[in-house]
Design a protein around this ligand. Structure first.
Ligand code: 5AD
Ligand code: SF4
Length: 335
């Protein structure tokens, strides 16, 4: 059961009669290896400016219909402070690839947030070794960089001017520097095959990721993929569940894209292998502008109310809200 071949994964992904079995098995593996605790991570979307042009993303630089914003250093810190007051133990800093924030500014922000006694996760796109090292030295604990797809041809089509090998290099550097490594993929990209999804899952295992985020594609009307179909919810859930079955003790979020595509998507994910939720704590007026896909921010405006709602959802399915930092269980960074 631990070492599915690519063919076995493809067969499982294709076979609808296996879907419930996969979900239940993943739920059992989750319970056995990471328990019932669910870790909450406060997400701050600090800039929607991006130099990249990913075909699926509403924030791509070619989309001129976006009102762009950047939070100041002080605004980012005050967001983090609010999250800490609400009881969050991890702050996730996410932004488009925006060179406005220099290495030094980011290091300053990271070390100030670390003073709040929280774990810090970065999701800033591709950075040089030197930058990644400086962020780590400033106290960052984890780094998220989805590979998006391991199908090199598809990767090239979806990411004009970007280089697959550089993304791999970044992930290797993140690992080498001692971060917890987060990656993941999109499910439902045009012409994506079962074969390539199976490769994605095997890739997660091969690079020994600590965190995996998987979500369905949700097409954005102001992107070249506007006439394509959304990703299939059950297929994304299956990719996520098989990832749990293979990687066992890693952290897996119930992604916002799953909740956006299907009502209760988040709960279904938590019952099929996921053990993390990442509530968005960005100020409401700002958050509206971080539209990587439509209807992303249907959640409650009041942060306390939103957190309480999530906590009661967690309890309603017999799970518990973690008050730990939420490192990978038994991982080298756990404390
Ligand atoms: N639908 C679903 N997910 C998307 N992302 C970007 N655009 C979309 C979309 N249209 C995901 C990418 C990225 C993450 C932050 O959001 O996988 O890594
Ligand atoms: Fe930029 Fe990320 Fe959107 Fe690509 S997915 S355009 S890198 S914000």
């Amino acid at each position: 059961m631990n070492n599915y071949t690519k063919k076995e994964i493809v067969d499982l992904l294709k076979d609808d009669s296996q879907t419930q079995w996969i979900f239940d098995t993943a739920d059992g593996v989750r319970k056995q290896y990471v328990g019932d605790n669910i870790h909450l991570r406060a997400l701050i979307e600090f800039s929607n400016i991006c130099k990249n042009n990913c075909l699926y993303c509403g924030l791509r630089c070619a989309n001129k219909n976006v009102e762009r914003y950047r939070l100041t250093e002080e605004e980012i810190i005050s967001h983090a402070q609010k999250a800490v007051e609400l009881g969050y133990k991890t702050i996730v800093l996410q932004g488009g690839e925006d060179d406005f924030y220099s290495k030094d500014i980011l290091c300053k922000i990271i070390s100030q947030i670390k003073n709040f006694d929280v774990a810090v996760t970065l999701s800033l796109g591709e950075k040089t070794f030197e930058e990644l090292k400086a962020f780590k030295d400033a106290g960052a604990d984890r780094y998220l960089l989805r590979i998006e797809t391991t199908d090199k041809n598809l990767y090239k089509k979806m990411h004009p001017y970007m280089d697959y090998n550089n993304r791999i290099k970044c992930l290797e550097n993140i690992k080498k520097l001692g971060y917890e490594v987060g990656t993941g993929c999109l499910v439902g990209l045009p012409n994506q095959t079962f074969d390539s999804l199976a490769e994605d899952i095997l890739f997660f295992k091969e690079i020994e990721a600590d965190m995996i985020g998987i979500g369905p594609l949700i097409t954005h009307p102001q992107t070249p993929l506007k006439d394509e179909c959304n990703g299939d919810f059950n297929l994304s859930l299956k990719v996520m569940a098989l990832t749990r079955i293979l990687l066992k003790d890693i952290n897996i979020p119930a992604t916002t894209a799953m909740e956006t595509l299907v009502q209760n998507g988040r709960i279904l994910a938590l019952q099929s292998g996921a053990n993390v939720i990442m509530p968005n704590i960005t100020d409401f007026e700002v958050r509206k502008k971080y539209e990587i896909y439509p209807n992303k921010n249907t959640i409650l405006q009041d942060l306390q109310e939103n957190k309480s709602k999530i906590e009661s959802l967690i309890k309603s399915i017999g799970r518990t809200v973690s008050n730990e930092y939420g490192f990978r269980k038994g991982g080298k960074n756990e404390r």
